[in-house]
Design a protein. Structure first.
Length: 326
């Protein structure tokens, strides 16, 4: 009996390998659509376009980048989650469009990115930096807290909008610091720069790519890096952990996802192609110079576990802070 079960298990395993081989040989049969849930020009769009061409070469089919911006990423996510799970429609999401949207979605919403998409590959992350206008007197988070407590009216922080990671991070910072801040929600990270430069907002959390030129010119000043490790580009700027706020560790991560039900061999193939693209020295060098930290060697299961932890973390923060989105 045991021998019969063993032979059946071996035959089943052989059948699975044959099926996977067949899928790998016949897929893809048409061009792939790589959906970006944001407008062109941002970090998520940048990394999507960087991998599209080398993936096209490797797959033997065009990988066409398509921006479907709107509703904090919901328009694109709803579209992809309802597409056929054949690996021909994929999406590059980030911390806001995937984790925070999933965490903040109403309980009766039938599909969220966490329930309707499968993680494929961790593409990289861009460190965040907490900054003030260049002429604002504070030179550390501690000094900012002191000035906020002494100010006759609440100081203002800018964010990319209600429910953005900047919004949640700054509310968490204010609560942990024991201060009150006024929220200036805008329509995207790109719109945060101007009001911060002119002093309409006294505090903002930017990714390094967006703010680097203004740091170099002195029009913005970095108070802390939102990370557990200091950045090579800003070696003298302390981390939020060093500054006394260890819970502020948000990274603007980007990852590739496909609809639930996509065959495992297709997910494996996509993971291999995107990680191969990110390992290319020219592509990796260009993205690294932009301030990104790439993750070409992270496995698909490890990325899936990371996404689960991110959704759980943001769910807990939104509940603690009482933030209502939508």
């Amino acid at each position: 009996m045991t021998g019969m079960l063993t032979r059946r298990a071996m035959l089943a395993a052989a059948g699975l390998l044959t099926a996977r081989s067949a899928v790998a040989q016949t897929w893809p049969t048409r061009p792939l659509r790589l959906i970006v849930p944001l407008v062109p020009g941002g970090t998520t769009d940048l990394i999507a376009r960087a991998v599209a061409e080398p993936m096209s070469r490797g797959l033997g089919q065009p990988v066409v980048v398509e921006n479907r911006a709107g509703a904090n990423g919901w328009i694109a996510n709803d579209f992809v989650m309802r597409e056929r799970p054949d690996g021909l429609t994929i999406i590059v999401n980030n911390v806001s469009t995937h984790a925070i949207n999933s965490a903040a979605a109403p309980a009766d919403r039938p599909l969220t990115p966490a329930r309707g998409l499968v993680p494929v590959a961790h593409m990289g992350e861009t460190p965040q930096v907490i900054m003030v206008p260049g002429d604002f007197p504070a030179r550390s988070l501690a000094e900012f807290v002191e000035r906020a407590k002494a100010a006759p009216a609440p100081l203002v922080y800018a964010s990319a909008g209600v429910g953005s990671y900047q919004h949640i991070d700054m509310e968490l910072f204010a609560k942990r610091a024991g201060i009150t801040l006024t929220h200036l929600p805008l329509r995207g990270a790109g719109e945060m720069v101007t009001p911060t430069l002119r002093g309409d907002a006294q505090l903002a959390e930017f990714n390094l790519i967006t703010a680097q030129q203004h740091l170099q010119s002195g029009r913005l000043r970095a108070l802390a890096v939102v990370s557990r490790e200091r950045l090579p580009q800003l070696p003298d700027v302390p981390t939020t952990t060093e500054a006394g706020f260890p819970e502020l560790t948000t990274a603007l991560w980007n990852g590739m996802f496909v609809p639930v039900g996509t065959p495992a061999p297709v997910i494996e193939a996509l993971h291999a192609h995107v990680t191969r693209a990110l390992s290319d020295p020219d592509i990796a060098g260009g993205l690294t110079r932009q301030g990104m930290r790439l993750r070409p060697n992270e496995s698909q299961p490890a990325f899936a576990a990371y996404i689960d932890a991110e959704v759980a973390r943001w769910t807990a923060l939104i509940r603690e802070l009482g933030i209502t989105i939508g």
